[in-house]
Design a protein around this ligand. Structure first.
Ligand code: DX5
Ligand code: ZN
Length: 220
């Protein structure tokens, strides 16, 4: 099995030193930078606006994987793309026309992602599978880092893998929330090829990032 993409969530980084943090992630072997955007409405937390993404862009050449937990989401797509987002992922609940939203993201030249909360039915994926470059399975309810991995996500990853394979889709299958070395192998065995991890990557400070990322890759 190929090593999964490791996508550290900067939600767990030192927000006073964000530029240095993304540069440190690149040196430590991260593949993508996962940016959790929260609006205090769709989820009960408030985080990173497009100007912050724009300010971070010169600090790393890694792709920016922007997870939009914002409703309505459509008015924000262009601003995050212009700020330097490479992947824009949206929740089906964050707008009335998911199909149109995903098409719009691709029109902007970004990769389009669709995100499934623990309570969101995966059947939606069958309707938009040709429009997505990434499927993100949430293994926590979104809003905060440091939560415990919900084990039923593994079954959902397996079902998403089956839908993607049946459609011949090359889309990435990503998992987000409570990912640690102890469950990374099970995520990849179930079919994930990209792991988001916040708390696990950032624990121990910058000197530990490379070992933490390596631990996730080797566990998988
Ligand atoms: C939750 C976010 C996740 C989360 C990951 O809403 O989407 O990216 O911050 O953090 P950990 O790995 O600490 O669960
Ligand atoms: Zn996320």
């Amino acid at each position: 099995m190929a090593a999964p993409l490791i996508c550290p969530s900067i939600l767990a980084s030192d927000f006073a030193r964000l530029g240095e943090e993304v540069a440190a992630l690149e040196r430590a072997g991260a593949d993508w930078v996962h940016v959790d955007v929260m609006d205090g409405h769709f989820v009960p937390n408030l985080t990173i606006g497009p100007d912050v993404v724009k300010a971070l862009r010169p600090h790393t050449s890694l792709p920016f994987d922007v997870h939009l937990m914002v409703a309505p989401v459509d008015p924000w797509l262009e601003a995050y793309r212009a700020a330097g987002a490479d992947v824009l992922s949206v929740h089906p609940e964050s707008g009335p026309h998911l199909h149109r939203t995903l098409g719009r993201i691709r029109d902007l030249g970004a990769k389009a992602g669709v995100v499934f909360n623990p309570g969101t039915p995966l059947s939606i994926l069958e309707e938009v599978v040709d429009l997505v470059d990434l499927v993100l399975i949430m293994s926590v309810n979104p809003g905060f880092g440091g939560q415990k991995f919900i084990d039923s996500a593994l079954n959902k990853i397996g079902r998403a893998r089956a839908i993607l394979d049946a459609a011949g889709s090359p889309a990435h299958l990503q998992v987000d929330g409570g990912v640690v070395a102890a469950n990374a192998g099970a995520c990849v065995a179930a079919g994930a090829d990209a792991l988001v991890a916040g708390s696990f990557v950032f624990k121990g400070g910058p000197d530990a990032y490379a070992a933490n990322i390596a631990a996730l890759k080797s566990a998988a």
